[in-house]
Design a protein. Structure first.
Length: 528
């Protein structure tokens, strides 16, 4: 019996680190050599935007893979080192980039790509010429833009129907900054490099409010550009970083405006047997509770790191699985993460090695496209794997906990800045997002959105309301039902119960009577 906790841990480790094995797969080559494109999966198609080709010449095309072949879509403007952001309606906005070949200058043009029709439409010009910028879509439909290369930086905002306009100055100049939503109406902006490629300090600008200094960013340099999904929860992110002195690799965990270093059971290697590693972007797959990055060593071998972050919600370290693929492979700074967990890298620059680290030549680009398995369960084997693991977990937990007292959760959450921020986010997603209308809402759903664990959320709810999660949610539902009964007397009780988030009419009646002391009909008479 005493060995059952070890069994549970082993099963969870298998679930988080299972490897599918196999080598990298060569996909159809690109029609032209290409480097530094944005790589995305849109409408089920791997799609590339911009970049440059042989001779460091700007590429004015996008490409999408369909039917085993690449198809070209002419762009309105070339976008090399531009910003590229996914809009809420599934279209993509691209803006700025180098004005000339060889990465010279900045440009104005902005356009939007529709992956359904495979067409571009012009969307005006930026408030200032930019290259090396980043962008973030805001909840109100606007787009925040910041960052520049060899030119002054500032924040500007795009508003549908009105175009781009200056918003505010930044405290420090930045190149390819990270722009992350930190609250419903706020965002943080930071970077590892300034607009001339020199190390940036730990100053963090905010969309709303004054900037602040983050000491961790003085020690760790946020790496690469923001080219993929980084979110592990509501206003919670993972960002690849490199230690400024030792050259070690790590991952920053950002929750709102709180920065910390992610604890992992295995460090991302700084060196292989061949020599130093250079890691590329980080990409998060929330459905698998994992993040991925891909490194290249000095012999061109590739290494995929899968970071299963699920254990961090219960206070443990993230679990890292490393899979090596023998090359040489070209150097590329971006990849697409497919639904089945495969990483796809398209194009890049020809591999070389300088000073013990991978290097290359922007004038010599490649056509190669490679797919790397990540060790994530595929759609084919996902159901039976998790049914098996889940069944074993339930069996083992049932046997164990019948003979062991389960530790009680904390009575209340400690008052810290993180707790206060989580409390605000909890109220926001329940009230403003009206999550209480979801009939099957569970505390684990809330914990996942806030990137924490269920015990902590339960403790916060206890401190906030003095009640349990189910009673808190049912209170929101009953108050909403009372509002509907007052404003829409024509609605039936069954309609009100369903609209308020109750799974049945009887559950609505029972909870209404428990909370108000009256039946729905009795209460309605008192306010009628």
């Amino acid at each position: 019996m005493k060995r059952l906790p070890l069994i549970l841990l082993t099963l969870l480790t298998v679930a988080c680190s299972r490897s599918s094995g196999g080598g990298a797969e060569r996909w159809p080559d690109l029609p032209q050599p290409l480097s530094t494109p944005y790589v995305m999966v849109l409408n089920g198609e791997v799609t590339l935007f911009g970049g440059h080709t042989d001779g460091f010449v700007l590429s004015p095309s996008a490409w999408y893979l369909k039917g085993g072949a690449w198809h070209e879509v002419p762009m309105k403007y070339p976008h090399d080192v531009a910003f590229c952001t996914l809009l809420p309606d599934g279209r993509v906005m691209l803006g700025g980039g180098s004005a000339e070949a060889f990465g010279i200058g900045q440009s104005w043009g902005v356009e939007i790509y529709d992956p359904v029709t495979h067409t571009f439409s012009a969307e005006g010009i930026l408030d200032r010429k930019r290259a090396g910028a980043s962008a973030l879509g805001l909840p109100d439909g606007k787009v925040l833009v910041s960052g520049n290369w060899y030119a002054p930086d500032a924040m500007e905002v795009y508003e549908p129907g009105k175009g781009f306009s200056f918003l505010k100055e930044v405290t420090v100049q930045r190149n390819t900054p990270y722009i992350l939503a930190s609250a419903p109406d706020n965002a943080v902006v930071f970077s590892g490099l300034d607009n001339y490629g020199k190390p940036s300090d730990g100053t963090v600008d905010r969309l709303q409010g004054d900037p602040f200094h983050e000491p961790l960013l003085d020690e760790w340099e946020p790496w690469a550009a923001q080219r993929a999904n980084l979110s592990i929860g509501e206003y919670a992110y993972l960002v690849l970083a490199r230690h400024r002195e030792s050259g070690e690799w790590g991952i920053l965990r950002i929750t709102g405006e709180q920065f910390s270093l992610l604890e992992t059971d295995t460090a991302l290697p700084a060196r292989s047997e061949a020599g130093g590693y250079i890691w590329s972007q980080l990409a998060v797959d929330r459905s698998r509770r994992s993040a991925y990055t891909l490194g290249i060593d000095t012999e061109g071998n590739a290494c995929v790191a899968r970071i299963c972050y699920d254990p961090i919600f219960d206070g443990g370290p993230a679990e890292v699985t490393l899979t090596t693929f023998h090359g040489p492979f070209p150097l590329a700074d971006a990849f697409a993460l497919l639904p089945d967990g495969t990483l796809v890298r398209a194009g890049g620059i020809r591999f070389s090695s300088v000073g013990g680290f991978p290097s290359g030549d922007n004038f010599k680009t490649v056509r190669e496209v490679w797919a790397f398995p990540t060790g994530a369960p595929s759609k084919a084997d996902f159901p039976w794997l998790w049914v098996l693991v889940g069944g074993l977990l339930i069996l083992a937990a049932g046997i164990y906990f019948t003979s062991h007292r389960h530790p009680a959760p904390p009575e209340e959450a400690e008052d810290t800045p993180v707790t206060r921020q989580l409390t605000e986010q909890l109220s926001q997603i329940i009230e403003e997002d009206e999550l209480f209308k979801q009939p099957d809402l569970r505390v684990t759903d809330i914990a996942a959105r806030l990137a924490t664990n269920r015990t902590y959320i339960s403790a916060i709810i206890k401190s906030l309301s003095g009640d349990s999660f189910s009673n808190l949610i049912n209170g929101y539902r009953i108050r909403y039902a009372q509002k509907l009964m007052t404003e829409h007397p024509e609605m039936s009780i069954t309609e009100i119960a369903a609209e308020s988030g109750f799974s049945s009419r009887s559950a609505f009646y029972r909870n209404f009577k428990d909370i108000t002391g009256q039946s729905p009909a009795e209460w309605k008479k008192t306010v009628g």
